[in-house]
Design a protein around this ligand. Structure first.
Ligand code: DAH
Length: 355
C-alpha cells in the first residue's frame, strides 16, 4: 500500500511540472508503458493471495483510473490552451475596411466601335485593319489627293521623315487602298482605327478614331450607299426614321461626294437626335473615284462602289452625352468609372461581336 501512496505522490508531483502534450505523453509511458510504475504494480498482483489480493487490486485500479483521469484532464487543458492561442493569433478583425475592389470598365470608344461593328456585320461587312504608320502614297496619293491639297500641309499631318514618305495616317481611308491592293473585288469592309492630326481643342485631339466603310461590287449605286447609311444611323441611335440629309460635298477620293447630316434639336442645353429641324454633320461619303480604282488596278467598267468615313469619338459623344473630347484620352480612372460600360451590363443594342 505504501508503495501505491508513494507512486501516487510521485505522479502528482511530476504531473504539476508537465508543460506540454509531449511531456504528458512521456509521463504516461513512465507509468503505463511496458515497464511503467503502474504496469509493474499489476505484475505484482500475482504475489498476493485472497483478501489481500482483492484489496490491492482494488486500490491499484482506483489509482490507475485516477491517473488516467488526471492525464486526460491535463490533455484537455493543453488542447483548449492551443485552441485559444490559435483563436487569438488568427483573429479576424471584422471591423477592418474591405480591400478596394476595382472592376474594369469598357471605354466609350471601344463600346461604340463594338456597337458600330456589330451593326455593319449584320449587313455583310467584315472588319479590316491597317497600321497607324502609313506611307504618304496610301494616305494621299493613291486616294487621288493632289500634291498641293491642304490636307497634306505640315500643320495637319504628323510626318515621320523629312522626305514626307512616312506619316501617321490622317484618316482610315488608306486601308481602302491596302485592302483593294491585297485582294480581288467584291469588297465589303469597315475599318475602325486610330487616326492622327495636329489639332487640339474641345472637339479635336491629336489622336482620334475613325471608321471607314468600303463596298465595291458590280452595279453598286448611290442608292445602296443611302440605304446602308440610313440603316446604320437608325440602328446606332436606336431611333426609328431619323431624318437624314445628303449634302453635296467634296473629297478627292469620291465622285460624287456627300456629307451626311442628321436631324436634331437642343432641349435644356442637351442635343436630342431624331427630333427638331436642325442638322448635324456626322460623316462623309461618296462613290469611289475612278482614279482610286485605277490606282489599285480595278476595272472601272466592271466594278464600282461607295465609301464612307465617320468620326467614332464624335458619335460616342453624341450617343452618350459626353461634352469634352479631350477627357476621352486623359486616362482618368474616375472619368472611365462614370462614362465607361460595365462589361456584364452592355447597352440594349449590343448584339455581341465575334471578331
Ligand atoms: N477620309 C475622310 C476624312 O478623314 C472621311 C471620308 C469621307 C471617308 C468620304 C470616305 C469618304 O471614305 O468616302 O475626313
Amino acid at each position: 500500500m505504501t508503495d501505491l501512496n508513494k507512486i501516487n505522490s510521485v505522479f502528482v508531483e511530476k504531473l504539476k511540472t508537465i508543460k506540454s502534450k509531449d511531456e504528458l505523453q512521456h509521463l504516461k509511458t513512465e507509468f503505463f508503458g511496458k515497464s511503467g510504475e503502474i504496469t509493474n504494480q499489476f505484475k505484482k498482483l500475482s504475489s498476493f493471495q485472497g483478501e489481500e489480493k482483492k484489496k490491492f487490486a482494488s486500490s491499484l485500479n482506483k489509482l490507475k483510473d485516477n491517473f488516467i483521469n488526471l492525464i486526460n484532464k491535463k490533455f484537455s487543458e493543453f488542447e483548449s490552451l492551443e485552441i485559444n492561442k490559435k483563436l487569438k493569433d488568427e483573429n479576424i478583425d471584422i471591423s477592418l475596411p474591405i480591400r478596394p475592389f476595382n472592376q474594369g470598365k469598357i471605354h466609350p470608344v471601344s463600346q461604340v466601335i463594338d456597337e458600330i461593328s456589330s451593326i455593319f456585320s449584320e449587313i455583310g461587312f467584315s472588319i479590316a485593319e491597317g497600321p497607324d504608320v502609313e506611307t504618304e502614297y496610301n494616305n494621299f496619293t493613291a486616294l487621288n489627293t493632289p500634291e498641293n491639297h491642304p490636307a497634306r500641309d505640315m500643320h495637319d499631318t504628323f510626318y515621320l521623315e523629312k522626305n514626307k514618305k512616312l506619316l501617321l495616317r490622317t484618316h482610315t481611308s488608306p486601308v481602302q487602298i491596302r485592302t483593294m491592293l491585297n485582294g480581288k473585288p467584291p469588297f465589303k469592309i469597315i475599318v475602325p482605327g486610330r487616326t492622327y492630326r495636329s489639332d487640339s481643342d474641345q472637339t479635336h485631339t491629336p489622336m482620334f478614331h475613325q471608321l471607314e466603310g468600303l463596298h465595291i461590287d458590280k452595279d453598286i449605286t448611290m442608292g445602296h450607299l443611302k440605304g446602308c447609311l440610313n440603316y446604320f444611323v437608325n440602328e446606332f441611335f436606336e431611333i426609328k426614321n431619323i431624318k437624314m440629309r445628303f449634302r453635296p460635298s467634296h473629297f478627292p477620293f469620291t465622285e460624287p461626294s456627300a456629307e451626311v447630316d442628321i436631324q436634331y434639336k437642343i432641349k435644356d442645353g442637351k442635343i436630342i437626335i431624331g427630333e427638331g429641324d436642325k442638322w448635324l454633320e456626322i460623316l462623309g461619303c461618296g462613290m469611289v473615284h475612278p482614279n482610286v480604282l485605277n490606282n489599285v488596278k480595278i476595272d472601272t467598267k466592271k466594278f464600282q462602289g461607295f465609301a464612307f468615313g465617320m468620326g467614332i469619338d464624335r458619335l460616342a459623344m453624341l450617343k452618350y452625352g459626353i461634352n469634352d473630347l479631350r477627357s476621352f484620352f486623359d486616362s482618368d480612372y474616375r472619368w472611365l468609372n462614370h462614362f465607361g460600360f460595365d462589361p456584364l451590363d452592355v447597352p440594349t443594342n449590343y448584339r455581341g461581336l465575334s471578331r
